[in-house]
Design a protein around this ligand. Structure first.
Ligand code: SAH
Ligand code: SF4
Ligand code: F3S
Length: 478
């Protein structure tokens, strides 16, 4: 009998703290009560980049006299920070707008704005399609929010969806309202220059640009000074980070940036996401090996295990290349380094044999975790223009289920092999299971739960893992 993957007692799952992957999650920005005149309510969908952007938006509007509220009924301004990655993500937002419309009937002065990737994709079409929307603001135009809001206050609609080649919001200190005070995200770059044929991100986020390395290090230092213990460096493709100083004398690549952040304090854990298999270098892997405080976890989305499909996806690597990168991780960082993936099932013209190749790649890599989806055609992408979305929905869903099932076998095995070992755990808070237990993560990003004793949030605790639920380790402090 297979063990249940997740028993109801242990709801602490390895939440996607360390990847830029959309999680289907929605976040409501917490309230500030500083007596400002107007109340802003923000709901964020999609990936970590969006969650991080909402902190920048809160910061910009705080300076404009807005406190945040977590109660929609109290809001003067409601912003939805949206995602376009799959059709379902967009449908969720449309449905939410309908509910917000009924609130607006009760509070006609309330302004409603759409931010993020859907704003960028649909532009002013949004205003025609969804009559309640007053503001449409793309991901590179948040500095313009105060101006656009005054425009709406004076009775017009406000739209700015200009993409930028420079904007990185480097000088804006995000207000970390959703943080546990221990772990934080730092955006190190924006946009994406890869043209994966299925993907809408290059259209919604624009060209890739890297943020000033000094501003990243300063932000991490400020977080350490404020008591934070872990930062995750975020980008769609962190391994292509590159920044040069204006005088051209200083050049920083991702491995060097990672090292600069790791050197801030041995007490600070450093994570990063996402790594593109074509760009992750041995230099990055050796940098990880040199620093104990760089976590041994790599999110390395494969998308498919078949070379022909990878070519159609325009991923620019083939299966042997991907396998070699996995072997390099194992060689340089050892078997314990965790690896996770994203897979797309039922991409245009994928055959049963090609789908089997994805399953065999999962066996090869023995991923700790997988974020798996069925293909959803996105308007305007290369695939939508050039390839037929010809795999029937039932087939896509069946293949996806097979991918998920295969992945679960490995996830469980990866947890099982950690039993009997001592893990350094950064405590993030009480376990959802009981107030007598604490929950945290090991370097591999696995959830570890153990009796509280006198430990508290933010402590590093050595925990001997004594058993596993398949989705968390249980143990005791040693
Ligand atoms: N920059 C990351 C991916 C960001 S999007 C990378 O290159 O790996 C997150 C994930 O969403 C992707 O890895 C992919 O698996 C999934 N995804 C993107 N577009 C999709 C689509 N059209 N249909 C289904 N899944 C998609
Ligand atoms: Fe999309 Fe590919 Fe860029 Fe990732 S690397 S954001 S999948 S285009
Ligand atoms: Fe992120 Fe979704 Fe945009 S995954 S980059 S919010 S399309």
């Amino acid at each position: 009998m297979p063990q249940p993957l997740l028993t109801l007692d242990f709801l602490d799952t390895a939440a996607p703290a360390a990847e830029a992957t959309p999680s289907g999650e929605v976040r409501i920005t917490a309230a500030t009560r500083t007596g400002r005149q107007r109340k802003l309510y923000i709901e964020s969908y999609g990936c970590q980049m969006n969650f991080s952007d909402s902190e920048i938006v809160s910061s910009i509007l705080f300076d404009e006299g807005f406190d945040t509220t977590d109660d929609l009924a109290n809001a003067d301004l409601v912003l939805l920070n949206t995602c376009s990655i799959r059709e379902k993500a967009e449908q969720t937002v449309r449905m939410r707008l309908k509910q917000i419309n009924s609130h607006k009937k009760r509070k006609p002065g309330m302004l409603v704005g759409v931010l993020g990737c859907m704003a960028e994709r649909l532009k002013s079409k949004f205003l025609e399609e969804e009559k309640i929307v007053d503001l449409v603001v793309g991901p590179d135009a948040y500095r313009d929010l105060p101006g656009l809001i005054s425009q709406v206050d004076s009775g017009q609609k406000g739209v700015n969806v200009l993409l930028s080649r420079e904007e990185t919001y480097a000088d804006i200190t995000p207000v970390r309202l959703n943080s546990n005070g221990i772990t934080a995200f730092i955006s190190i770059m924006r946009g994406c220059d890869n043209m994966c044929s299925f993907c809408v991100v290059p259209f919604t986020r624009g060209r890739e640009r890297s943020r000033d390395a000094h501003s990243i290090v300063q932000e991490a230092q400020a977080l350490v000074a404020a008591g934070y213990k872990e930062v995750t460096l975020l980008g769609q493709n962190v391994d292509s980070y590159k920044w040069a100083s204006a005088d051209g004398l200083e050049f920083v690549n991702f491995a060097q940036l990672l090292e600069r952040v790791a050197l801030i304090s041995p007490e600070l854990r450093v994570r990063f996401s996402t790594s593109h298999p074509k760009d992750i270098t041995d230099e990055v892997l050796h940098t990880m090996a040199r620093h104990d405080n760089i976590c041994k976890y790599i999110h390395l989305p494969a998308q498919s295990g078949n070379t022909r499909v990878l070519a159609l996806m325009n991923r620019t690597y083939d299966r042997p290349w991907y396998e070699e990168r996995v072997q390099a991780i194992r060689r340089i960082l050892g078997e314990d380094c965790a690896i996770s993936t994203d897979m797309i099932s039922g991409f245009c013209s994928e055959t049963e044999e090609e789908h089997q190749d994805t399953l065999s790649l999962i066996d090869f890599a023995q991923y700790d975790m997988g974020y798996n989806f069925f293909y959803s055609e996105r308007p305007g992408t290369l695939a939508a223009r050039k390839l037929a979305d010809d795999i029937p929905l039932e087939v896509k869903k069946r293949r996806l289920q097979e991918v998920i099932d295969r992945q679960q076998v490995h996830a469980r095995a990866r947890y099982a092999r950690m039993v009997g070992k001592v893990h350094q755990v950064l405590v993030e808070g009480p376990s959802k299971r009981s107030a007598e237990h604490l929950s945290g993560r090991n370097s591999q990003n696995q959830v570890v739960i153990f009796p509280k004793q006198n430990f508290k949030k933010g402590d590093y605790v050595n925990v001997l893992a004594t058993s596993t639920t398949g989705a968390a380790l249980l143990g005791e402090a040693v």
